[in-house]
Design a protein around this ligand. Structure first.
Ligand code: GCU
Length: 625
């Protein structure tokens, strides 16, 4: 009855809409229909503050059905399908001969999920707008209800804003293109056929994170895995099981339950270490978990993982977790109590000219880093998909993860601090049990200023509240080389950081004022990483090694030799990461030789090694000895 009444009302509205449409040009001027401002504002996607509950941890271990594969899609370049007028979210289907819906999914195109929409269809390559995805879901709700099961839809990521609807009702919105989110559907599902719609909009925005300008391709869409996840009515939502700061034996963690009866007993086991710990969750579902064990510590040389089982009377999860200790002592970084030098490299989440998203993609990029002799990767400039951190655990690579607080962020925008904190929490929440992840980076190349300094020092503090076991970092603009050939890092943000990254391009954007050996970096009492240095070359292009504008490999290789002569003389340098492992797409790199790619890669976008690759390979081999 209710369903039929709804369709009747829809028919009436549609006829009314058709009338409106016919006279809309008159209403809104000859340029075609434009939703009234209040209508657009009313329907605009909500801020991240309305995002879902904290995403479920350890997704791979849960009972789930993958929604990866072919989805129907409807392209909405002007991004007004969200409006009440077009109401694409109502997913209306024509019935009878006289009805039609331009903004419906009948006979729609399709897109593969996960995957950016830009590279799946030539007509979408440069789209910065909205795409609507639709997936039909059949689900035995009665059986789930009998078993007291709960159902969530979990997104590994969607760039940049997402609005999720089920059967014409909004489940929620999420802002941020690189962190997971989820919505519960349990009470919204119908027996049998359901329709899940996702509106994804990748338009850049002044108050976004990142904001309007960034040097990578703005891949939009459902760029990561989508899963239906089933849980018991009271379930294990999250947990943190890592060594306590300063210890190589003691775990000081917690388990968080959610649901109708959160005060349940919790058990944590590591069979091969005879660990079997029980705790009681409190009324908020929180159970502290503390124990000691003789761990073989995780390290790049020995990436030892243990099977950890977390269980309650209703739920059970397991995953492989590594245990290692991390600290800063003066200007040194200590891994398992020993000073470590981070032989690193940067890379974007891109492969084969598209947004990377799979385990196979992650393995290829991490293997390139291993081939270079790296023990460290900086995942620029946003949290990459979950497969990367999990594989780094297994392959023995230390990881710098970063939220896309990139250059021109509007720190004074209303709600910005909340957005920053939510994005940070989503990044930490997803990877807090990954031994490989050693640094949370809160910014890249933001300019000192009152709002920025306040926002980022608060964010650094928030990172430590969320996770005392890791180091807080940021990558800063390089200071200039002064008349005395000195480089002094004076950014006030340094006081809030454990590890300081500096992106310097001496020899590329900044000609060397003196020989590299003559440059003196002034100590500032904390570990320094040169988190970016690089120059462009087009693979296969050869010529003189002293002409920057020639874009040839010889120049790039000589750039690296000169850089390394300076790095070798910085006594408190604790790591380096060339910018960048592989050429990557960027709309701000349109010189004919760049052809839409930033060509600072040590590898071409096809993985071909440039001469500079060997220079870095030899340097890392030497420093490993
Ligand atoms: C900056 C920035 C990178 C950019 C690089 C470059 O340091 O962090 O995102 O790609 O410079 O100019 O190539």
């Amino acid at each position: 009855m209710a369903i039929r009444a709804e369709f009747a009302a829809v028919r009436l509205l549609r006829r009314l809409g058709a009338v409106l449409l016919a006279c809309a040009p008159l209403l809104a001027g000859a340029q075609g229909y434009t939703p009234r401002p209040q209508e657009r504002a009313a329907a605009a996607p909500t801020s991240v503050a309305e995002a879902a509950s904290a995403p479920l941890t350890n997704l791979p271990a849960r009972q789930r059905r993958s929604l990866n594969g072919t989805w129907q899609a409807l392209v909405d370049p002007y991004a007004d399908g969200i409006s009440q007028w077009k109401a694409i979210w109502k997913d209306q289907t024509a019935t009878g001969k006289t009805q039609f819906f331009e903004y419906g999914f009948d006979d729609s195109v399709t897109l593969e999920v996960p995957g950016d929409f830009n590279t799946q269809r030539p007509d979408l390559m440069w789209l910065e707008g909205s795409v609507w995805y639709r997936k039909a879901l059949d689900y035995d709700v009665a059986a789930a209800r009998r078993a007291g099961r709960r159902l969530f839809v979990h997104f590994g990521g969607a760039n940049y804003r997402a609005d999720v609807f089920l059967n014409g009702q909004k489940l929620g919105s999420h802002e941020g293109g690189f962190t997971p989110f989820q919505f519960e559907m349990t009470d919204r599902l119908q027996q049998g056929d359901n329709r899940l719609l996702v509106h994804v909009n990748n338009q850049r925005r002044k108050d976004g994170i990142p904001a309007l300008g960034f040097d990578w391709f703005n891949y939009g869409g459902l760029t990561r895995d989508v899963d239906l996840v089933e849980t018991p009515s009271t379930y294990i939502q999250d947990y943190f099981i890592q060594l306590a700061p300063g210890s190589q034996r003691r775990v000081d963690g917690w388990v968080k339950l959610a649901g109708s009866a959160p005060g349940q007993p919790v058990r944590v086991r590591i069979a091969e270490l005879n660990v079997d710990v029980r705790a009681q969750a409190d009324a908020n579902g929180y159970a502290p978990v503390r124990f000691e064990a003789p761990f073989v510590l995780w390290s790049p040389a020995q990436p030892r993982l243990y099977k950890v089982q977390v269980s309650t009377p209703d739920d059970a999860l397991e995953e492989d977790i590594g245990f290692r200790s991390l600290a800063v002592r003066g200007d040194e970084i200590l891994l398992n109590g020993e000073p470590v030098f981070l032989r690193g490299v940067n890379f974007h989440e891109e492969i084969d000219g598209r947004r990377a998203h799979s385990k196979a993609d992650a393995r290829r990029m991490l293997q390139h880093a291993k081939d270079l002799g790296a023990n460290f990767v900086r995942l620029a400039h946003y949290p990459h998909n979950e497969h990367v951190a999990r594989l780094a655990d297994r392959m023995g690579l230390l990881v710098w993860e970063e939220i896309p607080v990139y250059q021109g962020i509007d720190f004074a925008a209303p709600g910005m601090q909340a957005k920053l904190a939510t994005m940070l929490a989503e990044m930490i929440g997803r990877d807090r049990n990954r031994a490989a992840v050693v640094m949370w980076s809160i910014a890249n190349e933001t300019s000192p200023g009152a709002e920025r300094n306040a926002a980022l020092s608060a964010l650094a503090q928030r990172a430590r509240e969320l996770d005392r076991s890791r180091l807080v970092a940021a990558a800063l603009y390089a200071p200039g080389i002064d008349d005395g050939h000195r480089v002094a890092v004076t950014d006030p943000l340094v006081a809030s950081l454990d590890v300081v990254g500096v992106n310097e391009y001496f020899g590329w954007y900044v000609p060397w004022p003196v020989e590299p050996e003559q440059v003196v970096w002034k100590p500032f009492g904390k570990p320094l990483l040169i988190t970016e240095f690089g120059a462009e070359a087009r693979h296969g292009h050869h010529g003189a090694d002293d002409v920057a504008s020639a874009w040839n490999e010889e120049f790039q290789a000589e750039f690296y030799r000169k850089q390394l002569r300076m790095l070798a003389r910085i006594p408190f340098l604790r790591g380096s990461a060339p910018w960048v492992l592989m050429d990557f797409r960027s709309p701000v790199r349109m010189h004919p030789f760049q052809a839409g790619y930033n060509r600072k890669g040590l590898l071409s976008e096809r993985g071909e090694r440039k001469l500079a690759w060997q220079v870095m390979r030899d340097y890392y081999a030497e420093s490993e000895r």
